[in-house]
Each structure stands twice: as structure tokens, then as C-alpha cells.
Design a binder for this molecule. Sequence first.
Ligand SMILES: [Zn+2]
Length: 157
Amino acid sequence: MIRLWNTLPAHVRQEKHYTDFLNHMHQKYKIHEYIHIDLFNYDTEIDNIYMKMRYHCSKLNVDQFKLHFVQDSKCTQCHKNKQETLHHYFMDCSKYDQQRRISKQNLSKLHVTFQNLTNRQLVQLISGFKDNNIDNSVYKNAYQYIKLYIVTTGRFI
Ligand SMILES: [Zn+2]
């Protein structure tokens, strides 16, 4: 359980009770699916999803298509005839506008250089690029927010 708390942003961790925490997540992000995630496995599960995306072998349709698991690489979440790439999932897909706005707000609080990131720079950050002038703890927190985005979009449940 301690590991779980450590994976979450401070404002979420401040909830004293498990049910309050769940309700908080539920109300704030309006993600019903979140309640069904096994929280004891949250860390490893989301880490796996995130790493698979970085290595282009995820459940995103563009990766599934390359692996011949699906017939079409288009996004079925927004129906805008776009390829469901890592870039589309994190930057474009209209289904996740709310979660994206919250993630950008959270990231911008971590470091001054995160305040006006271009989409390209954000994708670089998500893909693991690090600026050596920025402390590693900043990146650790950034990755937690990226994982929170993954959880709250409910895309991989
Ligand atoms: Zn989409």
C-alpha cells in the first residue's frame, strides 16, 4: 500500500481514507472505471502499460495493427479518422480533453520549463527524454502524472 501511495500525486495522497481517496478520484476525474482497478496492483499494472507504449507494443491500435492483432490502426475512441498513435492518445484524442488539461496543469507545477511545453516536447517527456539540468525527482513526479493520465483515461482497462 505504501508503494501505491508513493505513485500518486500529493494532493490525491492527502486523502486520509481509502474510500475518500476513491471518491475524490471518482468525482474529480469523473472516471467510473477507476473504481474497478485493483489498487494493490495499480503501480505495476500502469508501469507495464506505460512502458509498452514507450516501446510501441501497447494496446494502442497503431501498435496492435503493426503486430497484426487488429485490422485497423485508427482510433475508435473519438471517431475522427486518426491513427491511434502515442501522440494521438496523449495530445489529440478529443475523448480525453479533460484528463489532458488536468495533466498539463499538474506537470506545469513541477518545473518552470514544463509550463509552456509544445506537444512535441511533451511527447519527448512522455517517451523518456530527460534534460540533465532538471533534477531526476522532477521526472519521477512527471511520470506519476503521466501514469495518472493513463489511469484516468480508462483506455486500457
Ligand atoms: Zn481518438
